[in-house]
Design a protein around this ligand. Structure first.
Ligand SMILES: Nc1ncnc2c1ncn2[C@@H]1O[C@H](COP(=O)(O)OP(=O)(O)O)[C@@H](O)[C@H]1O
Ligand SMILES: [Mg+2]
Length: 384
């Protein structure tokens, strides 16, 4: 199943969103138009549904309370509403719908209260709150059924889907210096600090299969790359990635991940994430650190990986080069346009709309390098 529609009201800088989503969906907008805020709707649902340390009150508190997540301009109708529809990728018919309405308790401890929680399966309503129990005991409205194992039994598919949503925004220097920095890794490892260990923990066969898929795709972007493999340091036992690429001196072309460029690391991390699960993947600005010649092909690389893994991916981007791929359909592009008191989200009439929207946003001093898109293949190298 995949998320085929999202509807929200009063979420952060969006007075409303009402948009179809595809299995590969680009979310395009200038700086501060709400790309990360849109992704946060899904992270919020994940945080409610997750088994350890989840729940509505915590998900709200972690974001600084209702006043931070509710649209600042919301006055007369201040409730937050979120609706997610799921469809079957094979035939597109809608399978599930989950709706959640929230408000802040007017007095007392200012808890977040549920004004609506509804689950629809194949057009039949299987949960509708507030219900009798809630009316008897109002405190129940501080918890969703989604977060309660005993209560979400009839819609476990939705709970599992939300739990497995992942957010990916690998920060190369955190990965490289993870041993030195030490410290905490956030849940789900969004910044890739734990990336090598995650690879190491994978079953041998799965790891091999995934790395060989990644290697195949990397070769499309890096002409001289011949092999990507997982190794362990002989002395310390620490896991590493090693790339072998053609070099005029034999064995000279071996590099470990600490020598990869930022772009290579981000690309490998992104491809791995696409293979790592079957729920929604949130990819935050995958173009960062990548050469524009590779950014041009990123849309295709993602598509190739997706065909294999079947994972839905929401890609926030700020890059005209990424959208320059002629294979991108207009339904795959959601435009975030700043309007009075927030942003509007709408499907692109034409992918060129997205390019225009971004063009207006490119600072003049950055424009020339952003536009040097035509380079020959052998200039393309992910390695510095
Ligand atoms: N509750 C809110 N009401 C209105 N605007 C908000 C709210 N929360 C955040 N914002 C605004 O959203 C914008 C940031 O959006 P963000 O998703 O980070 O943008 P992007 O990822 O596209 O750069 C900021 O301008 C911020 O002030
Ligand atoms: Mg952002």
């Amino acid at each position: 199943m995949y998320v085929s529609h999202i509807k929200v009201r009063n979420w952060r800088n969006f007075p409303r969103i009402d948009a179809d989503l595809r299995e590969r969906q680009f979310v395009v907008g200038p700086n501060a138009s709400g790309k990360s805020n849109l992704m946060d709707v899904f992270r919020f649902l994940r945080d409610i549904a997750k088994i350890e340390g989840g729940g509505l009150q915590k998900a709200v508190a972690d974001r600084g309370g209702m006043t931070k997540i509710r649209n600042l301009a919301a006055r007369r109708d201040p409730d937050i509403a979120i609706e997610v529809r799921f469809s079957d990728p094979a035939d597109g018919h809608e399978t599930w719908r989950y709706e959640l309405g929230l408000k802040q308790q007017a007095r007392g401890n200012r808890h977040t209260l549920i004004t609506l929680e509804r689950v629809i399966r194949d057009e039949a309503v299987i949960l509708e709150r507030p219900n009798e129990d809630d009316r008897e005991d109002i405190v129940r409205l501080t918890q969703t059924y989604l977060e309660q194992i005993t209560a979400n039994r009839d819609f476990r598919d939705i709970a599992r889907f939300f739990q497995a949503i992942t957010y990916h925004h690998l920060v190369p220097s955190l990965l490289r210096h993870t041993d030195l920095i030490g410290g905490q890794t956030l849940e789900g490892d969004p910044y890739g600090q734990d990336f090598l260990d995650r690879i190491a923990r994978e079953h041998d066969r799965t790891r091999k299969a995934r790395l060989s898929r990644i290697e195949e795709v990397l070769k499309l972007a890096v002409p001289r790359l011949e092999q990507l493999e997982f190794v362990r340091d002989r002395e310390t036992g620490r896991p590493h990635l090693q790339a072998l690429y053609a070099h005029w001196r034999p064995r000279a072309g071996i590099q470990r991940e600490d020598q990869f460029s930022d772009g290579t690391l981000r690309l490998i991390g992104m491809l791995w994430a696409l293979l790592e699960g079957d729920s929604l993947l949130l990819l935050e600005e995958p173009e960062l650190c990548l050469h524009s010649g590779i950014v041009n092909r990123l849309a295709v690389l993602i598509l190739r990986m997706q065909r294999n893994a079947g994972r839905q991916v929401l890609i926030s981007t700020h890059s005209a080069a990424l959208l320059s791929d002629p294979g991108i359909e207009r339904e795959e592009v959601l435009l975030l346009k700043p309007v009075h008191e927030g942003s509007d989200a709408e499907m692109a009439e034409d992918v060129r709309d997205a390019l225009l929207l971004l063009e207006r946003d490119i600072a003049p001093d950055r424009a020339p390098s952003e536009r040097t898109l035509d380079i020959s293949p052998d200039q393309l190298s992910l390695f510095k």
